[in-house]
Design a protein around this ligand. Sequence first.
Ligand code: NAD
Length: 480
Amino acid sequence: MTASTFRNYIAGEWVAGATVTVNRNPSDVSDVIGEYAQADAAQAGAAIAAAKQAFPAWATGSIQERANILDRAGNEILARKDELGRLLSREEGKTLPEGVGEAMRAGNIFKFFAGEVLRTGGEKIPSVRPGVDVEVTREPLGVIGLITPWNFPIAIPAWKLAPALAYGNTVVMKPADLVPGCAWALADILARAGLPAGVFNLVMGRGSVVGEAMVAHPDVAGLSFTGSVATGRGIAAKAIARMAKVQLEMGGKNPLVVLDDADLATAVNCAVQGAYFSTGQRCTASSRLIVTEGIHDRFVAAVKDKLAALKVDDALAPGTDLGPVVDQSQLDTDLSYIEVGRGEGAKLAFGGERLGKAKEGYYLAPALFTEATNAMRIAREEIFGPVAAVIRAKNYDEALAIANDTPFGLCSGIVTNSLKHAAHFKRHAEAGMVMVNLPTAGVDYHVPFGGRKGSSYGPREQGRYAAEFYTVVKTAYIAP
Ligand code: NAD
């Protein structure tokens, strides 16, 4: 451990971890961003104890102070969006404009929830018993454990943290191992924004150590997790066994339906943006392109042309359209699925090969499969890379049936000029979010986010709906 190691933040103090991890740039593996502390289970326990101690005062303290702190954090994130976006792109690999955009999103989320602090009302309802009043109010849960993935290193921590704090909870947050930099920057901003000691604690470290300690701890009242299905299922089983509240946002295999009557340019833009931007590493990425016969060939040709024009390169270089894959392990997964697709009989119509660049990084040419069926593994399993499969459909009805034939249900998109089909799809898509003539990825920050089936479990995140998870309802009866 060196003096410049980025430390954990527990009970208002920056503390060294049990070990350290080195954070590297996936665009250039020789570029070290920094050494970051790795907590052990005992340190996770210390963070939970600090959050527990801080809870009563924070839960019942001044809501003006809470609002001011969140607003200050939001303002600082927005003022530093270029620098934070650069850090994000450097550690995660999405392009600089995407990184800056994500930092802005995080800042706006803090400002939104600064406002929500002052808008958390209740209901007063007449009782069926004369002379009695009934009040329904919301109270914070207690200590919340936040476990976040690597693909949105600042936005996901922000969209969990801001409502958790706004509604009066205290927090222990464990970011993904690959992206501690943005989480540390957020902790630094919150520490300086005036949060009382223990209200927010950062414990960087391994999921199997720190994450498991948080999931098992009886003083963690609620767990909000975003990540893979397998990890989410394990967390849910353990959390529910001890009656903790749990919210899971997991994978997707999102369909984009393209109908014969679609505007071709809109369809191609939606497909390329939704499937490949952010290197396809978005839970809302459209990895199944379900295209009706009449437009199929024109669509495939135009998508290939567009892919050929994309520049895959260093995430920080001007003009880069797609940055690298996040790490060697994800690159191996992507490449192995490309082999799986070939083996299943799909045609690799574009890309799919590892790219050599001036700097050593995890570069992959965006891959497009055609002649895929919805039964193939490349159409059923989340790959989480720049890989999409085109599936032919005879007509709208068949396209809708294919779109819904998946264990996931995060986001479903359709490109069409038919009001009839758009309205029908909006109603019948089995997904938490539906897009009409828009990419499946790319959502607003002030409205509910989440899915159905295997994609999500528990209340929605973001916007006012975040209160469902971060508060508990109390019904009070009052007689004079
Ligand atoms: P992951 O499941 O490997 O890890 C997520 C987090 O869980 C990390 O912080 C990890 O350290 C922690 N963890 C791992 N094992 C744990 C355990 N046993 N107990 C407690 N915590 C543990 O996921 P990832 O690879 O970081 O992220 C990619 C996944 O996230 C993809 O499947 C993607 O679809 C999903 N994702 C979903 C959404 C959504 O909102 N639906 C958003 C972004 C990403």
